[in-house]
Ligand binder design. Sequence first.
Ligand SMILES: *Cc1c(COP(=O)(O)O)cnc(C)c1O
Length: 427
Amino acid sequence: MFGPKSHLTLRHNHLFIEDVDCVSLAEQHGTPLYVTSESRLRENIRAYHRAFPDAEKYFAVKANGSLSLLRIAAQEGMGADIFSPGELSLVRMAGIPRDKILYNGNSKSEMDHEMAILAGVRMSVDSREELEFLAGTAARLGREAEILFRVNPDVSAQTHPKIATGLRSSKFGIPAEQVADTYKRAMDLDGVRPVGLHCHIGSQILDTAPFAEGAAKMMDIAASVAGAGGSIERIDLGGGLGIQYHPDSPAPTPADLASAVLPIFESRCRDQGISPQLILEPGRSIVADSTIMLTKVNVVKKAHLNFAAVDAGFNVLARPMLYDSYHHVLAAGHAEEPEAETYTVVGPICETGDILAKERRLPLLQRGDILAFLDAGAYGFSMASQYNGQPRPAEVLVAGSSTDVIRSREDASSLLAGQRILPRLMF
Ligand SMILES: *Cc1c(COP(=O)(O)O)cnc(C)c1O
């Protein structure tokens, strides 16, 4: 075990999450299983409030859309960064006020725009082209939509190429030099009211320098907008703060992020004589380390490698396959035993790439043992699929010694949902 993880402890050779034995959890609720520590989730949100007392924090719902977790985020005063009508319904149901919701996306349909306009939430507009469509739709509905512009700040964040979003070549945002003109155009259009700027430079960023660079570029762009007569009421610097997945790659804290970004933001606001609302959109750094994924060993096989084949594959946890990500693995029922063997942990999916963890030192394993994948709360369940006829796992929330199912395990009937066999195919 590594890092400051107050919610995970080793007791009598077992891994505990808060005051609950992970092996008992697996017995009681089955595997694969996502388990979240409520206190850790709340602590992570509070760390952002302490570091950025004046900023609004919008939870990036794509990281984890579980209703109970969204409800906790709402209770802790978070807003939401959303990308679809589905996420809009979830966050409204969770009780997040419309004034703290930003509807994002580079490819919104007319229906998406209508839903957001009628729900009265702000939108982040990704292009000049989208601006014209949106204004037309809002005017037709007799509404005025408040909008921010998603800016491409052209900042290089050292992260996996699939999650770097602020590069010039990325699909997101309006090139910096076009923002002032686009803002001006929005001021002339009925149906929209431009209120600010938005960026998001990438995810799992382990260095605060790109955030500082992004903040400075956003303030330059804000100055160019003001020069064109626009007023900036909101500046949204996005999310992307990384977490410590690997024992050797420590991550900055929200306080470190604040030290890098706030002096720039505050001094540039003073220089420019503006006082916009600062917004952040953390996803991963709120929820990743609050949650573990428990999976059971089905087979231990000696081949060219030692394989531990478990009941979760990339259908349950897609990150290792998608991004070559590292998740720390513990043997939940042998947690204090020596790491006697090297295992490659693979899933049940019929694909060679279904590898969850490569060549890990672990205690001796046998069929029936429970492995815990740490830091599985972000882009874990939210990316789970039914691939290969696999129902999706259950989710449990732990608070102290209490455990509650917050999402039931799917079963074979879930695989049939919405399907029918046409009568003419029955003969
Ligand atoms: C994904 C995303 C986030 C959250 O990113 P994290 O790395 O999970 O903090 C925030 N804002 C936008 C626009 C995003 O696309």
